[in-house]
Design a protein around this ligand. Structure first.
Ligand code: DX5
Ligand code: ZN
Length: 216
């Protein structure tokens, strides 16, 4: 089964609640929330208050993707705001094991993301502690970018490692996902697809989500 996580980065922020309700009614499984700090990535988005305001208006799993330096400073606030899952970037965490357990100790699922230029060896020693691995298929910072094909072999390699070690972590891909690129990564072993522009810029959100569900 493929889970679909629409990224609200491509929603209309002047009517965010409406767009979230629409995604939920259209069959979304999770809601992907991109947090950017203008340092780790060249863009700014939202903080914990927005997550706290979203929490009571949806039953979707709140999947918070932290593209921020020193994420440990804000993890408590995002946990309190109601995140169900928090993903940090391996590139921002010199003490990744400590950061992962900071999240898990709050009863929140923990994930690690790797950028297109980061090899999977950087996270091999922590796979068994994770609830989710996120392979970025664009350089993080903006929606609507082109899928970088090198993500496919990384997903396949990670899928093998997870299977070899009997680890049931989700394998998520984020960036440039549509029905074509989604199929490639699903074939390689991805089971959670993040999609922003493909879903929110579509004239038929329900059909867009359904087309990703059907890849599994
Ligand atoms: C990129 C973000 C993505 C983004 C994906 O930095 O992490 O979640 O919203 O957008 P699309 O699907 O348009 O590439
Ligand atoms: Zn994201």
């Amino acid at each position: 089964m493929i889970l679909v996580a629409p990224s609200i980065l491509s929603a209309n922020f002047s009517q965010l609640g409406k767009d979230i309700n629409k995604a939920e009614e259209s069959g979304a499984d999770w809601l992907h929330i991109d947090v950017m700090d203008g340092h780790f990535v060249p863009n700014l988005t939202i903080g914990p208050q927005v997550v706290a305001d979203i929490r009571p208006i949806t039953n979707l799993i709140l999947d918070v993707h932290l593209m921020i330096e020193k994420p440990e400073r804000l993890i408590p606030a995002f946990c309190e705001a109601g995140a169900d899952l928090i993903t940090v970037h391996s590139e921002t965490c010199p003490h990744l094991h400590r950061t992962i357990y900071q999240i898990k100790e709050k009863g929140v699922m923990a994930g690690v993301a790797i950028n297109p230029s980061t090899p999977i060896v950087m996270i091999e020693n922590i796979l068994s502690d994770l609830d989710l691995v996120l392979v970025m298929s664009v350089n993080p910072g903006f929606g609507g970018q082109k899928f970088i094909p090198g993500a496919v072999s990384k997903v396949a390699a990670l899928k093998n490692k997870l299977a070899e070690q009997g680890i049931s972590a989700y394998l998520q891909v984020d960036g440039g996902i549509n029905a074509q690129t989604g199929l490639e990564v699903v074939k390689a072993g991805c089971n959670v697809l993040v999609a922003g522009s493909y879903i929110f810029k579509s004239s038929d959100i329900s059909q867009a989500i359904n087309s990703l569900h059907q890849l599994g």
